[in-house]
Every structure is written in C-alpha cells, then in structure tokens.
Design a binder for this molecule. Structure first.
Ligand code: SF4
Length: 459
C-alpha cells in the first residue's frame, strides 16, 4: 500500500500548476493522496515568498507540522517553491522533519527524491541548483487526477512555457527564487498542448512569469511568443487559448494583433500596471511609463474591441506620495480594469527597493489599498452589470461551490474568463456538463461572478 501524501500550495498559478503535476507524478508511483495533514505520511509545502506574509505562513505551517509529527516519527515534510529556494539549507537545519527542500528548477527531480528519502529514514536532500535550460518533467498527465480545490476543471489546463525572469523589478524576489529566464522548447510546449487536447482539454493557458519575452533566451529555439501563440492556436480541437503573465515593456505589436487574428485567443489579458505614477514606475525599474501603457491598451482595444483587462497594483512603494497614489487611481478610472490583484509593498530580502527611502507607513499603505479596492469593486460591479442580457458560450468545469435547496448550480467560464453559475431545477439537471460549452443568457451580476440560464440550442 503506497504512502499517503498531502500538498499545501501557496502563491501563484505556476505553483498551483507545479503542485498539480507533482500530485499526478506521485499518484503514478502508487502514492495515495491523503485527505489532510493529519493522515499524511508526507506533507509537501509548495511555497511563495513574493511578500513577507506568505513567508511567515510557511514558518507557521512548519511549526504546526512539527507538533503534528511529534508522535509520528515516520512522517516527514518537504518544502518546495520560492521560500525553499530562498532559505533551503536553513529549513533543513531548523526543522529536522523536513527531509527535502526543492527549488523551482528542482521540481522535475522531486518525485524520485521523495521516493529516496521515504526509503532512507535519516536522509535529508536538497534540489536547489538553478539549471541552464528549462527542466522538462516526466509526462504525468495521463495518471489519475489529484483532487485539489484549485486544480483547473477537466476542460482547462495551464501549460508552462518558461521558468524564471530576467527583469529584476526593484520590489520583486522572483528572479532570485525562480532564477534567470529559461524558455521551454516550442516542440515540448506543442507536444504537451496536443496531449492535453487529446485528454479533452479545450481551454489552455500558456504560463510564465513574463510570457512576452518567451524565446529571448536560447531555450526558445528561435521562436518568439507571437509565433508560439499562432502555433498553439492552430492545434485542432483547441477552443480557447489564454496566456499569463504579461509585461507591458515586452508585449510586441504582433502579440497585440494576434487578438484580432486568432478567433480562439480569448478576449482577456492580465497586464500588470503596478503603479499609475511615472516616477514610481521609474523607481520600480518597470521600463515603461503610463503613456506607453495607455498606448498598448488603445492598440488592444482596436485589435479586439471586447477585450477585458486585468492588472496587478502595488501601493505604498518606497517614496510613493499622495499625488503618486492619486495618479494610480486615475489610471484605474481611465483603463477600467475588470479585475485587479492589489497589495501593500513589503521589503523582500535582496531586492533593490529594500534600500529605497522613505518607506511608506503601513497605515497609510493600508488606507490607500482600501481606497483602491473600493474603486476596483465599483468598476467590477459596473462591468459585470453590463453583461446582464448578453448571450455567452460557457465552458463548464463542475458543480458550483455554492448550491441552494431544490436546485443544482453548475459553474463555468465565459470567453473572457468570467465565472458564470447556472442553476438547474432538480427536475431539469442535465447529465455531466463538465467540459461542455453551452449557450447561456446572463441574468444577474454578483460581486465577482455572473448568474445565467440555459439559452437556445444545443442543450
Ligand atoms: S517581471 Fe518583474 S515583477 Fe514580474 S516576475 Fe519578473 S521581476 Fe518579478
């Protein structure tokens, strides 16, 4: 009977994708997935250190495991992801039950390393070297799927196209924890996309820290991002194509044009702005200004008038004045992002901004964050309300998280990636909708999602 594992994932979509692959690789080795930390022989923490808080969460999780494992000496933990890359050996010293630390380039070797430490009770291993080329992994997608809350639905998946980043934005720890940019060979990307489509996937998101600079290193074998987009979009059976994360300094005109040329390239783009102040953008080392950003937005809307934009914003970057912050709010009112991830700046070890002064007080940053999120909620609510009455094609991925008596709600996404929930009276529940694309009339807007009803044929 195989050992039982449980994976806890913190942070970005790349971590979620890594955890998903690691689960499948362990299941393919006859490990079994535990229902929680309490009944696991191995707990894997796949970690994030993009801000102070996530790093603290790792230490509190390890503290909890230390107590849990006190009466179970055979149980052990492994720590992966960005905190492992950042603190690796210190974690092995500080937490003896941590028997493996693996960085983001070490994940491909992790299943074998876990098998080894499981066989040799006192062994501790580390996989922290940065590699020159993208570390291809064994193909574990045909194994049984792992039951993860945040795993994509059966018809959607994320395909890594690169690892690491060369930009060294002044606040960002990623180049130190994920290493330099390594593009994945285009043939390997296409092969995985074909396999996913053969498995029934209809919606693929190409994943990387800065996908727009794909191929600007030897790994891309001379293929640029626009070319890769066209090659993936041309794969038979692919209904929806997306990509994340983009960088305004690298988004090429041919990528913008692709939104008008590729029918299955979805009308949604996540384009981190970070700040609406040119002075702050300069200090962040973002290498674009607000005029350039607005120019890209204009070109995108010309290429694809129904395009929906999302973004990332940092408030409280060192030296940010009230006026800088007002400029950020002004950019949000101008661009009208339908969604945004927004955070208070926090010092990260080794990044350039650590030495930048003056620091913005946590209270001031907190007030700015609250104002920004209030504005975002207004813009989001308005945008979602404007969808009421629209006819959308929804790709269903499973039962909704929220159900109500006497009805069954199914959840899916429209082409722009908005969540749409459709209630069915218990007498009318259709057979398995997962992976199906159906016409839906939008009836109501909620805070972050839409309610629809089935419309027309085919149903
Ligand atoms: S582009 Fe900048 S913010 Fe994004 S991962 Fe790279 S260094 Fe970090």
């Amino acid at each position: 009977m195989g050992k039982r594992f449980y994976i806890v994932t913190f942070g970005c979509q790349m971590n979620v994708n890594d955890s998903d692959w690691l689960s499948r690789a362990l299941l393919a080795r006859d490990w079994r997935e535990a229902s929680g930390e309490d009944d696991a022989d191995l707990v894997v923490l796949n970690t994030c250190s993009v801000r102070e808080k996530p790093e603290q969460k790792v230490h509190s999780a390890l503290g909890r495991l230390g107590t849990l494992f006190r009466d179970r000496p055979e149980a052990f933990a492994a720590v992966g992801g960005c905190v492992a890359q950042q603190l690796g050996p210190e974690l092995l010293r500080r937490y003896p039950f941590v028997r493996l630390v693996f960085g983001t380039d070490g994940i491909a070797e992790t299943p074998n390393a876990l098998e080894q430490v499981a066989r040799e009770p006192h062994l501790q291993l580390q996989l922290l070297d940065f590699l020159k080329a993208y570390p291809e992994r064994e193909d574990a997608w045909d194994g049984p799927a792992a039951e993860h809350e945040d795993s994509p639905g059966p018809a959607q998946c994320f395909v890594n196209i690169m690892q690491g980043c060369d930009n060294f934005c002044a606040y960002c720890i990623v180049p130190y924890t994920r290493g330099r940019q390594k593009s994945r060979h285009p043939e390997a990307v296409l092969r995985e996309c074909r396999r996913q489509i053969a498995r029934g996937v209809r919606d693929i998101t190409l994943l990387g820290q800065n996908v727009n600079s794909y191929g600007q290193d030897p790994g891309g074998a001379g293929m640029g991002f626009a070319e890769l987009l066209h090659a993936v979009a041309a794969l038979p059976g692919l209904e929806r194509l997306r990509f994340t994360t983009s960088h305004p300094k690298d988004i090429a005109p041919e990528v913008v044009r692709a939104f008008g040329e590729l029918p299955n390239l979805c009308p949604h783009l996540h384009l981190p702005l970070q700040s609406g102040s040119d002075a702050v953008l300069r200090r962040m080392g973002r290498k674009y200004d607000t005029a350039r950003y607005l120019g890209i937005v204009r070109d995108l809307q010309e290429a694809r008038p129904d395009i929906v934009l999302g973004t990332d914003i940092i408030v409280g970057f060192p030296g940010e004045t009230d006026e800088d912050f007002e400029q950020t709010l002004e950019m949000m009112r101008t661009v009208r992002f339908e969604s945004s991830f927004s955070f208070k700046y926090s010092d990260r070890p080794g990044v350039a901004a650590v030495n930048m002064k003056p620091k913005v007080g946590s209270d001031v940053a907190g007030q700015r964050l609250a104002r920004l999120q209030e504005l975002q909620n207004e813009i989001t609510s308005e945008a979602l309300k404007s969808r009421v009455g629209a006819l959308e094609t929804v790709l269903f991925d499973g039962p909704s998280k929220v159900q109500s008596p006497g009805a069954v709600h199914w959840r899916g996404r429209d082409a722009a990636g908005r969540v749409v929930n459709v209630p069915f009276a218990s007498s009318q529940i259709p057979s398995d909708l997962a992976g199906k694309m159906m016409p839906v009339r939008i009836m109501e807007a909620k805070k972050h999602s839409l309610i629809g009803e089935k419309a027309g044929e085919p149903w």
